[in-house]
Write a protein that binds this ligand. Structure first.
Ligand SMILES: [Zn+2]
Length: 264
């Protein structure tokens, strides 16, 4: 069975052909956030009838000549909006295939919240050199290596940064340079790593102020959207410079691609 909006093949089973839509229309935001649209979610891997989720995570390097490499690299460059950080080079991009349990959990969750999905970046810490050597892209066993942990066992809200303006959730963004701020790496590597994810945003709550103590979205919502300038701690205090979206459920996000890059 294939849905019409491009996310791809679903296995037979509990998937509804009539996803539940929440009443409000999906708002359109200026700039990169116009990506909030199901129809733009084209992920060739999943839409291949040959694709079945693996039993253990798989990383596959995309060739530079592949259209997926070009597409993701362009998105990464176009959404690099910080003028005080300069992207130097995109070294490698990997197709990250999570195991079948995570794959099904994400799709089940997404179905539950109306299949409103968005492709969003997330920067995390890497303690190993995963991806530096394409012939040996093996996940490490260091439990402090957030990158390998995410690919192996999924995102965990339990590891969320508690200092976030939108509470203890998983932070994602349409702005690649914002995700890059949170990408730290092993001293042995010249690359930083950002993950490109599919996120089941469901019904989004537009934050009107800080929500530092939140551990879930307000009742009736599935995610919280922080708009630049809107979410502020008051005059003279820190406010969001760039868009971010916070989710509070481990199953609401799946990493799809891993981008290795350098900054000037
Ligand atoms: Zn690692």
């Amino acid at each position: 069975m294939q849905y019409g909006y491009g996310y791809g093949y679903y296995p037979p089973g509990p998937w509804s052909t009539n996803p539940i839509y929440y009443g409000a229309p999906i708002p359109q935001f200026p700039g990169p956030d116009n990506e909030w649209s199901r129809t733009l979610l084209q992920f060739p891997r999943d839409s291949s009838p040959q694709f079945t989720p693996p039993s253990a995570p798989v990383l596959k390097r995309l060739k530079y000549s592949e259209s997926r490499f070009q597409d993701i690299a362009s998105k990464f460059r176009e959404s690099w909006l910080h003028t005080d950080r300069k992207l130097a080079n995109i070294g490698f991009i990997y197709d990250c295939q999570v195991d079948e349990t995570l794959w099904y959990d994400y799709r089940e969750y997404s179905e539950r919240v109306g299949n409103t999905q968005a492709p969003l970046w997330h920067g995390t810490s890497r303690k190993c050199t995963l991806g530096d050597d394409p012939s040996n892209a093996e996940l490490c066993h260091n439990s402090d290596c957030s990158l390998c942990q995410i690919i192996k066992t999924g995102y965990k809200t339990g590891h969320a940064r508690s200092s976030g303006l939108l509470g203890s959730g998983i932070y994602t963004t349409t702005v690649s340079s914002k995700a890059a701020k949170y990408a730290t790496t092993s001293k042995k590597s010249k690359y930083n790593v950002v993950l490109y994810n599919i996120v089941a945003v469901g019904r989004r709550y537009n934050a009107t102020g800080p929500m530092k103590n939140a551990s879930s979205p307000p009742p009736g919502y599935n995610s919280v959207y922080g708009n630049p300038g809107v979410t502020s701690l008051g005059p003279g205090k820190r406010s969001l410079q760039f868009i971010e979206t916070c989710i509070y459920d481990d199953n609401a996000i799946e990493p799809l691609y891993m981008v290795l890059f350098t900054e000037e």
